[in-house]
Design a protein. Sequence first.
Lengths: 262, 132
Amino acid sequence: MNLFLFNPSAKKAKLKNKIIDYLNHLKVPGEFIDIRKKEDIAKVAKEALEKKVKNIIVIGGDGMVNRLIQVIAKENVNLGIIPIGETNFLAHILKINDWKKGCEILKNPKVVPINLGLISKEKYFTSSIEIEGKDQQSKKFLGIFSRKNKSKYYPVTLSVEGDNTKFKLQTNMSSLIITTIPLPLPKNFKIEDAIDDQELKIIIKSKPEHKSRFDEITTVKGKKIEIESKGPLYIKADGEHSGKASVDIEIAPKCLNVIIPE
Amino acid sequence: MPFFKKRTMLSQVQHAETIVGVGVNLSGRIDAKQDIQVNGTFTGEIVAERDAIIGDRGEVNGPISAKNITVAGTVNGDINVVNELDLLPSGKIFGNISAKVLSIKPGGILNGKCVMHAETKDQKIVKPTYET
């Protein structure tokens, strides 16, 4: 059975009727639920699990997917995506490039288990988290002009562990990204190839030496990362704000079943 | 906006799987399945299944084992190479080395013992034994 969760506030929400018509044309049955509040996703997902729904399909973007996976990770249910809205990075990785493709693959779904990331043993993310120490808000000057704060560099220590790897990294960072997939994405990237590479990739931007215009880039890999910082760190998981703290991040291998193209 | 920022940063990422940027300090052990490039400071052991590059501002304090190694910075430790060790003019090695092929460019400094090993069938990284 298919359960479609629709985000009516997503950009291109007017596509809903077109999507329904197309699914009917493809003879893909299912039940539609409009998710008016983000908090309702968890409630609906739990009810779907109790009813033993086979496929839960998100008609929306990364934010909606991120909220859903907090409930369905490690459960016996498949995630489908019909991408609409502003950010659809997971759909892009899975090669579901538009809503039509998302509908078509439901006819004969191919399911693979993918790796997720886990923040502080409680919050999952599908593809990446961004961590910044800089103040994002602009300040008003003389009550009139708004001026963005200059980029700041924050001292951080990362403790990274892998199979035969264990090291500490210290730097003054401006931002870092931790991903479950290789970035930049290789040309012929397939999610199936990334599943066995059960390591997180870490890309850090840090203070340049001397008078260089560009920040230094450091890239490392590991299965578990602890991040310590004296100042607050602002965390965004799959584009959603996830708080600020010193954190630990680890790979959660093969814990989400997703529907992908053949 | 966040997605745009991510793309700008990623365009600067080079080809090596592990890159230590200038001004970044690492300590511990790294086991790299792909290439590794050190432009910052690393204290500990590096084991790379492919190539290791020590940039001109890079410093490694500890042993390095790799398939091919290029040194343009400073290495305080023993180096064990399956194939070629390339010491560039700005490079300094203070430690013993073992390689099949050794290239020292004018200006490069090597202070240590050097063992040139014959081609091995399985091409595995083998730690050298030195007479004491």
